[in-house]
Design a protein around this ligand. Structure first.
Ligand code: SF4
Length: 160
């Protein structure tokens, strides 16, 4: 996978201390994006799934995928999240610029949803920016409980 960087023990990308993995590539190009240097699909460096699993297991912490848009590498992300779920059982959050409604139309993106716990969806909208929001940048973005949403058949928001 193309990885921009890994932050170990962060508390800003979800509840508790987490391992945050920032993946390269984003096609949404939201005006006001905080990290446009993350957009290049060939940015960062190539890391194998085994290497990433080693870092994640060493930290013994829940995991957040951010970027960039992690769903820009859906096949690799599905393989990694499946291994984390099966081998480690860690809680996983994923940020994306896609909306849930767009994701359900794309089988390769839905495959990732079956492995993760929480999705923070939707593009960043500068006019709806609010720095006081918890774990998201603009009001249109939703923190979705993926398991409950799949079970209920309707978008169900996460709460702690
Ligand atoms: S989805 Fe995120 S990384 Fe991509 S352009 Fe929008 S704010 Fe930036």
């Amino acid at each position: 996978m193309r990885v921009l960087h890994i932050v170990e023990g962060t508390s800003v990308d979800g509840p508790g201390l987490r391992t945050s993995i920032y993946l390269a590539g984003c096609r949404h190009h939201c005006p006001g994006c905080h990290n446009p240097e993350s957009w290049a699909m060939n940015g960062g460096e190539q890391r194998s799934l085994d290497e990433l699993m080693e870092v994640i297991a060493y930290n013994e912490a829940p995991v957040t995928f951010s970027g960039g848009d992690p769903l820009a590498q859906p096949v690799e992300l599905e393989a990694l999240t499946r291994r984390i779920k099966q081998e480690l059982g860690y809680n996983m959050w994923c940020y994306t610029g896609y909306t849930w409604e767009e994701i359900v139309e794309r089988p390769e993106l839905m495959a990732v949803m079956r492995n993760i716990d929480v999705l923070v969806d939707s593009r960043f909208i500068l006019e709806q920016r609010d720095t006081k929001l918890r774990f998201r940048g603009s009001h249109n973005q939703r923190i979705i409980d993926v398991g409950a949403t799949l079970a209920n058949g309707t978008i169900t928001l996460w709460s702690d």
